[in-house]
Design a binder for this molecule. Structure first.
Ligand SMILES: *Cc1c(COP(=O)(O)O)cnc(C)c1O
Length: 360
């Protein structure tokens, strides 16, 4: 069977070369007589796998040596709890910017442990933008300041980071990690679930500045303490070994593509193909304000539900799948992560053009 162009928001498309490499090594890794899944996480072989994955990620993202890289479990969503449990430790206060469902869930979880100050929200316009941030609303005593860098559901992203002074900036980059460059030094902590741009679901990457470790709330479960995982190099207990191995292969692939800066250029080109069409179209309409458009997730709508449904069906017949939008936005959403080839995006734009001709 032919592979399709999969526009799913997550889990999402992975590079074919990486899938094939993993397939080749699936039964017997590096002549060791067993699969990565079957080897001890304490073995020399696996230690090499995890330390290589970490050093590749450090190179790719230019992670300074005073930051720890952790490979954890529990998805992006467990970070919504781990962040307040570990970092809301001085004044029990944190600032949150609400730019979508994920930020909202993160803020709700944090509110169970301390005071959450909602600095701004774009909920009243269905999260079609990053709201204007008024620094006079920032709490200088906040233990951290929380943002979602790329809003997967609504298709927005920060193009400029807030200046939070001495308050550590915490960022959810689940749907933009490895897709565009970020200056790690602007952050106290960054995290991402793997299933959008890195590999199979089950691994969560946390990048955290060392000085923020070690002051978790008294009742924090051991498994939820960053410092425990940092001290044990992510081997406190059995980590998601296969996912970490796979992530390492994806990091190698990103290097082969020329690194994050190069991928960002390609991502800008791919997203530009769709946005340019949407800007000219008289039938299709993007749902996000121009200056905050995501490079990864592009929601768009047709004038009626009937047309939306017909477009999704026609796309599916052409091998362009999972284009249905999130229920809160409706219409379509094209998620075009690193692994979506330019041909996939071109095929989508071609179909949109054809659909417009036929339905004017
Ligand atoms: C997908 C996603 C999450 C949730 O990830 P899980 O691994 O399903 O918990 C959180 N934040 C963002 C921005 C996401 O895209």
């Amino acid at each position: 069977m032919e592979r399709v162009f999969n526009f799913s928001a997550g889990p999402s498309m992975l590079p074919l070369e990486v899938l094939e490499k993993a397939q080749k090594e699936f039964v017997c890794y590096s002549s060791c007589g067993m699969s990565v899944m079957e080897m001890s996480h304490r073995s020399k072989m696996f230690e090499d796998i995890i330390s290589r994955a970490e050093s590749s990620l450090r190179d790719l993202m230019k992670i300074p040596s005073n930051y720890k890289v952790l490979f954890l479990q529990g998805g992006g969503s467990l970070q919504f709890s781990m962040i307040p449990l570990n970092l809301m430790n001085k004044n029990k206060k944190a600032d949150y910017v609400i730019t979508g469902q994920w930020a909202k869930k993160a803020a709700q979880e944090a509110a169970r442990y301390g005071n959450v100050n909602i600095v701004a929200s774009s909920e009243d316009t269905t999260f079609d933008r990053i709201p204007q941030l008024d620094p006079s609303k920032f709490d200088p005593e906040a233990d951290y300041f929380y943002i979602t860098l790329n809003n997967t559901i609504y298709g927005t992203r920060y193009t400029k980071l807030p200046d939070t002074g001495d308050v550590p900036l915490v960022g959810d980059m689940s749907s933009s990690i490895l897709a565009e460059e970020v200056d790690i030094t602007k952050f106290g902590l960054l995290f991402a679930g793997a299933q959008k741009n890195i590999g199979p679901a089950g691994v969560t990457i946390v990048i955290v500045r060392e000085d923020l470790l070690g002051n978790a709330m008294e009742f924090t479960p051991t498994m939820l303490k960053y410092d425990i995982h940092a001290k044990e190099n992510s081997l406190y207990n059995t980590p998601p070994t296969f996912g970490i191995y796979f992530a390492g292969l994806v990091f190698d692939w990103v290097k082969e593509q020329g690194g994050i800066a190069q991928l960002q250029k390609i991502n800008e080109y791919k997203a530009g193909l769709i946005y340019d069409f949407l800007d000219e179209s008289k039938l299709f309409r993007g749902t996000v304000v121009k200056e905050h458009r995501s490079l990864m997730n592009i929601p768009f709508v047709l004038p009626t539900e009937e047309l939306n449904a017909r477009f999704i069906k026609e796309a599916e017949a052409k091998g362009l799948v999972n284009l249905k939008g999130h229920r809160t936005v409706g219409g379509m959403r094209a998620s075009i992560y690193n692994a979506m080839p330019v041909e996939g995006v071109k095929a989508l734009v071609e179909l949109m053009k054809k659909f417009e001709m036929e339905n004017r």
